[in-house]
Structures are given as structure tokens and as C-alpha cells.
Design a protein around this ligand. Structure first.
Ligand SMILES: N[C@@H](CCC(=O)N[C@@H](CS)C(=O)NCC(=O)O)C(=O)O
Ligand SMILES: N[C@@H](CCC(=O)N[C@@H](CS)C(=O)NCC(=O)O)C(=O)O
Ligand code: FES
Lengths: 104, 104
């Protein structure tokens, strides 16, 4: 579908992408983590897309199996949600991924 | 107002009250913290109240100054949100409050 193509394009063209909801604290946590790491993700606030919001959330579920926010991609690869991203960082694996995505 | 009276009654009659949203991870965190501490809070899921949800959220803002969820009360006293509750617990101050509220 056209929406699916547009989501795929977004995650391929941006090193870091966060599908988020503007009033969600888990989404805020992951956005602020990237900010602390000096990374500026492309942020898509699903609650600001009107009727497209739920549609994009459905496309993401089809593409990643994940229906929740935040939904994080690095270097075109699906990372997961807030907990997954924080876990990667605690293991020291997040910054290498970010560096590699930036260099692409 | 009648809704304000009903909220006041809820927080007075229940030792622990959590105003929550069912899909919110911060709300989930605070509910699961209480569960781990062996406490069963009265939980009000604002997203399950239909049109009353936003109205209750407004009443809570009037009563507590807090417009976000989760909104936590112990022994009729306004505690705060997820971060506040977790902070109290880290300082060892949450369980004494819970014990005192239970004994009322
Ligand atoms: N463990 C997941 C939790 C994700 C989650 O439950 N997200 C909630 C918001 S905090 C959600 O998307 N709920 C359904 C919705 O908002 O559509 C994470 O760390 O990201
Ligand atoms: N620091 C606060 C954050 C509370 C917060 O921002 N809550 C969000 C949901 S996670 C909220 O209520 N957003 C507005 C809304 O859902 O109406 C806490 O720990 O509870
Ligand atoms: S909506 Fe509360 S943490 Fe996501």
C-alpha cells in the first residue's frame, strides 16, 4: 500500500526514526535518550497525524509485529520500543548501532 | 460539582487509588509496583469511562494541579505520578505511607 511504502521510505532515509505519541512518557524517554547521545531522530508523532495516525500504527504492526509506541528504527532496522532501546544502551550496544547508521 | 464529590469520595474511601489509562506504560508501572508491595489499589481507567474520562481528568487537575496519568492517592493524600511514587519508594517512604493508610 502507499502508506506502507511511505513508512518504509522514512525508515530507510533516516538513520534514526521514532514513531511516537506526543503525550506518552515512554516515547518522551526514548526521544530524550537519543538527544543525550547527540542524535537527532526523525520523530513522527502518531497523535498529530489525524486519521492517518492509527493507519500508520497498523502499517508498523504489519512491518514489525509491534503495535505499541514508541517504535524505534536505527539504520533501517527495527529496534523495538522504549525498554528494548534502553536495554541495548545498558549493554553498550546502542551507540555502535548509531555510529554505523550515521556512516551509511 | 457532582463529579468532583465522587472523586473526593473515591480517594477518601480507598487507601490506595490510581487514576490510570489502560494502555499507558507509566500507569502500568505504578500499578505493578503496588502489586509487588502486596497492595491492591482501586484503579480507575480513564479511557474506559467514555465521555466521563476527560471530565474526571479535569476534576483531578482542579483538585491536585496534576493533569497527567497516572494520578496516585494514598490515604486520601495526593502523591503524584509514576516518577513521584517510584522516588518515594526509593527513599523508603512509600511502604510506611501504605501501612498508615491501611490502618486508617
Ligand atoms: N515495553 C514497551 C511498552 C510499549 C507500550 O505498551 N506502549 C503503549 C504506550 S506507553 C502503547 O503503545 N499503547 C497502545 C497505544 O498507545 O496505541 C516499550 O518499552 O516500548
Ligand atoms: N512524570 C509524570 C509523567 C506523567 C505524564 O506525562 N503522563 C502522560 C502519559 S505517560 C499523560 O498523562 N499525558 C496526557 C494524557 O494522557 O492525557 C509521571 O511520572 O507520572
Ligand atoms: S502513554 Fe504513558 S507511558 Fe506511554
Amino acid at each position: 500500500s502507499r502508506l506502507e511504502e511511505s513508512v518504509k521510505k522514512t525508515v530507510e532515509e533516516n538513520p534514526v526514526v521514532v514513531y511516537s505519541k506526543s503525550w506518552c512518557s515512554y516515547s518522551a524517554e526514548v526521544k530524550s535518550l537519543f538527544k543525550r547521545l547527540g542524535v537527532e531522530p526523525a520523530v513522527i508523532e502518531l497523535d498529530e497525524l489525524g486519521a492517518q495516525g492509527p493507519q500508520v500504527q497498523k502499517v508498523l504492526e504489519r512491518l514489525t509485529g509491534q503495535h505499541t509506541v514508541p517504535n524505534v528504527f536505527i539504520g533501517g532496522k527495527h529496534i523495538g520500543g522504549c525498554t528494548d532501546t534502553v536495554k541495548l544502551h545498558r549493554k553498550g550496544e546502542l551507540e555502535p548501532l548509531l555510529a554505523e547508521a550515521k556512516s551509511k
